[in-house]
Design a protein around this ligand. Structure first.
Ligand code: NAD
Length: 297
């Protein structure tokens, strides 16, 4: 069993750290939020006073932080960067969704100090984090992928090696751009059907068995009352925040700009989530985008 530091115990990191502890690993957890620390302690993790204390003498450091600046600060440019204290016996696995350039530059900064760093963003949402069924999308060398795999398998079901450093983040951002487009389209179709007299559940059942079938209809219906256990059935609390989807669509637009890849649909989805966020909905689950359509009617 391994000794693991886990930094960032939010909606995703909390249940991921709990699953590592449940699998028998020794997990030393740190977050800036005292509530997140309390929750982690109740789920079998040891609590550290700082990221530096958590990362002392461990086999792996795993981070699950909001954005690139947090990851860069933790390992490279903060007050006591972890790359100054770690050595080649530790592999760093960053599971946050961040821009590929930062993932590559942090990996290069680690390599200069002899510390391995891979990007391993996830898909599957809070439900997947709790159930231990996440998809991990890894960017790094073959050897680093093989080293990380048994650890990632304690938190996920599908572990992919996308390519070298940064490739995990590129694949993740392609996926989330598609998710933003699919959710926007699903909200648009459901709202139009309901406006024309259809029952949202009946319409959802029809589209699920027809060519419009997609992930949002299958497991994450945005219309309240259609599906139990999804954010739409609890006032869009928990889940994947509009703020985070907006961040991911921004990352997709950066990749599109730098590579001159055409992304008109991604750009439209970003504009829709931007409008929704600007109306004060950034903290709601991203399926609340349907309110934008309902309010426009
Ligand atoms: P969250 O806001 O719930 O959690 C982030 C946690 O990081 C918070 O508890 C915060 O206190 C902590 N934190 C911030 N800076 C820190 C620091 N310097 N040291 C220690 N702790 C720090 O966010 P989340 O929903 O758990 O998402 C985390 C990452 O996972 C994001 O990059 C997000 O895009 C990605 N993601 C989220 C989902 C989802 O469904 N929520 C799905 C896939 C990927």
């Amino acid at each position: 069993m391994a000794t693991i530091a886990f930094i960032g115990l939010g909606n995703m990191g909390g249940p991921m750290a709990a699953n590592l502890a449940k699998a028998g690993h020794s997990v030393k957890a740190f977050d800036l939020s005292p509530q997140a620390l309390e929750q982690a302690a109740s789920q079998g993790c040891q609590i550290a006073d700082s990221a530096q204390q958590a990362a002392s003498g461990v086999d792996f450091v795993i981070s699950m932080l909001p954005a690139g600046k947090h990851v860069e600060g933790l390992y490279v440019s903060g007050d006591q960067p972890l790359f100054d204290q770690l050595d080649s016996s530790t592999l760093v696995i960053d599971c946050s969704t961040i821009d590929a350039d930062t993932a590559r530059s942090v990996a290069a900064a680690g390599a200069e100090k002899g510390v391995g760093f891979i990007d391993a963003p996830v898909s599957g949402g809070v439900g997947g984090a709790q159930a231990g069924t996440l998809t991990f999308i890894v960017g790094g060398t073959d050897a680093q992928f093989q080293q990380a795999k048994p650890i990632l398998e304690c938190m996920g079901k599908n572990i992919f090696h996308a390519g070298d450093h940064g490739a995990g983040q590129i694949a993740k951002v392609c996926n989330n751009m598609l998710l933003g487009i699919l959710m926007s389209g699903t909200c648009e179709a459901l709202n139009m059907g309901v406006k024309n007299g259809l029952d949202p559940k009946v319409l959802s059942d029809i589209m699920k068995q027809s060519s419009g079938n997609n992930w949002a209809l299958q497991v994450y219906n945005p219309f309240p009352g259609v599906m139990d256990g999804v954010p739409a059935s609890r006032d869009y609390q928990g889940g994947f925040q509009v703020d985070l989807m907006f961040k991911d669509l921004g990352l997709a637009m950066d990749v599109s700009q730098k590579s001159a890849a055409a992304t008109p649909m991604g750009s439209a989805a970003r504009a829709l989530f931007n409008l929704h966020k600007s109306a004060g909905n950034g903290g709601l689950d991203f399926s609340s985008l349907i309110k934008l359509y309902q309010d426009a009617d």
